[in-house]
Write a protein that binds this ligand. Structure first.
Ligand code: ASP
Length: 449
């Protein structure tokens, strides 16, 4: 028993995954279709319990993390020059990430090989109805779609927004609430402390829920394999390919472009310097856990001064998640492709906005994307049953995807920190360029100014 708990969580999840896969396939091969379907049904409630546990945490996780995140900025002045510039660049790079995710997802079509058309006809009809009720996407002009999406972010009633799990509205209210607490100064102290400890508690609860993941993944996998067969595994292969390709393109183009053209900094030493932190991110799948390494890499390898490294990077670990946002875009496409739903321009915009904001609203811990995915699928209009079929393989294979997302997340933090440090005059370029000597003769870059 204790040997089980001593094992890394991801290894336990893998065991759940493989066993679930084997059991599900066994049922599918060994029984006639009707009996297989029935047998699969026995596993579903356990999987559903796990999904409910995850969904239970979405609202508290986002609300407390965001309020505490705003408060962590300390004093309103930090929201000034450094904060404003940092948050601005963080938002722009994240939007680029989602866009790249959406483009790559449209080309690779990861969901095309996951045919969910055998989900009942009523289910699909219900999805279409929900989509129409959610704004009649198709009949409205692009202007109306966009303004509707933006207006829906301001909750006329924040409590109702929480009851309905309206994530964008919750994010909006949480940020303003955090600013209010900050502005209240001394008088706001008790509320600030409450939220700091509440966010700690919710993070612990999240880790506790993740302890049930091996069992949840086993049950979900057994159910989905018995129900859908091997196409699930192929679809996840495509999804993995799409995510890795999109993340690499994003790192090369967005982060590279930011450093080169905005920061006027050479790329090679940056990527050489960042490798240590990337390796830790790849193996821990957590931006938070990687943070000490990210800060040390920034100071030691990239010559970023403490004032910037110490503020920009912790903020980035919480709010800047390029890989996570990119993945949310891919999930929306995956779902739409699997369900055969056509995506309108309005929906693309909603997904991009949603993915950006939602990625801001959560902490950098393993598999946070799964908590966000339930929200993203809401935008696509998936019914609970469809959601279960789509989320199951994503849950099961998440570790592989999470490693790349986290690498992308922290690379973005480091790229932005370098550029902000450069703009604030807080970087020692000699240290930054020290790792460039190997390439000196092939690179005709101008010397540092
Ligand atoms: N694991 C990621 C991180 O810590 C978040 C995610 O699940 O996408 O940055």
């Amino acid at each position: 028993m204790s040997a089980w708990f001593k094992m890394d969580l991801w290894k336990r999840v893998m065991i759940g995954l493989v066993l679930g896969l084997a059991v599900g396939l066994g049922i599918r091969q060994g029984l006639d279709p009707e009996a297989a379907r029935q047998a699969a049904g026995y596993f579903k409630p356990f999987g559903d319990a796990f999904m409910n546990l995850i969904r239970m945490l979405v609202v508290p996780l986002i609300f407390t993390t965001l309020v505490a995140g705003v408060l962590a900025m300390g004093d309103p002045k930090k929201l000034g020059s450094l904060g404003g510039r940092t948050i601005g660049i963080y938002m722009v790079t994240t939007l680029f990430a989602v866009t790249i995710g959406l483009i790559v997802g449209t080309i690779i079509q990861p969901g095309a090989s996951y045919d969910l058309s055998n989900v009942s006809a009523e289910d699909v009809a219900r999805t279409m109805e929900r989509l129409e009720a959610g704004g009649g996407m198709e009949q409205r002009t692009v202007f109306e779609q966009i303004t509707n999406t933006l207006l829906a972010i301001i909750p006329p009633n924040p409590v109702a927004a929480m009851v309905q799990g309206d994530v964008l509205a919750i994010i909006f209210f949480a940020i303003l609430f955090g600013v209010g607490v900050m502005m209240a100064g001394e008088k706001g102290r008790p509320v600030a402390e409450f939220f700091e400890s509440a966010s700690e508690a919710v993070l612990k609860l999240t880790l506790l829920v993740m302890e049930t993941a091996p069992f949840g993944v086993f049950a979900l996998m057994a159910w989905v394999m018995a129900d859908q067969g091997l196409q699930v595994v192929f679809a996840m292969g495509w999804m993995t390919l799409a995510l890795y390709v999109a993340c690499l393109i994003h790192i090369a183009i967005t982060h590279g472009g930011l450093l080169k053209f905005i920061g006027n900094l050479p790329l090679l030493p940056f990527f050489r310097g960042a490798t240590d932190a990337q390796a830790v991110a790849f193996s821990t799948s957590s931006s938070n856990a990687t943070l000490p390494m990210t800060i040390s890499v920034a100071e030691t390898n990239l010559g970023i001064k403490k004032t910037v490294a110490g503020s920009v990077l912790p903020l980035g670990a919480t709010i800047n998640m390029d890989g996570t946002a990119l993945y949310q875009g891919l999930i929306a496409l995956f779902a739409a492709q699997a369900l055969g739903i056509e995506i309108s321009i309005g929906m693309y915009v909603t997904v991009a906005l949603m993915a950006t904001l939602v990625s801001i609203g959560t902490a950098g811990i393993p598999s946070v994307s799964l908590f966000l995915a339930t929200t993203t699928l809401g935008v696509v209009g998936a019914t609970p049953d469809q959601m279960a079929l789509i989320l199951t393989p994503l849950f099961a294979f998440d570790r592989l995807l999470d490693m790349m997302r986290t690498v992308t997340n922290i690379t973005g933090d480091l790229a932005v920190a370098s550029v902000v440090a450069k703009a604030e005059g807080e970087i020692d370029e000699e240290v930054f360029r020290a790792r460039d000597n190997l390439s000196a003769h092939i690179d005709d870059r101008e010397p540092a100014v």
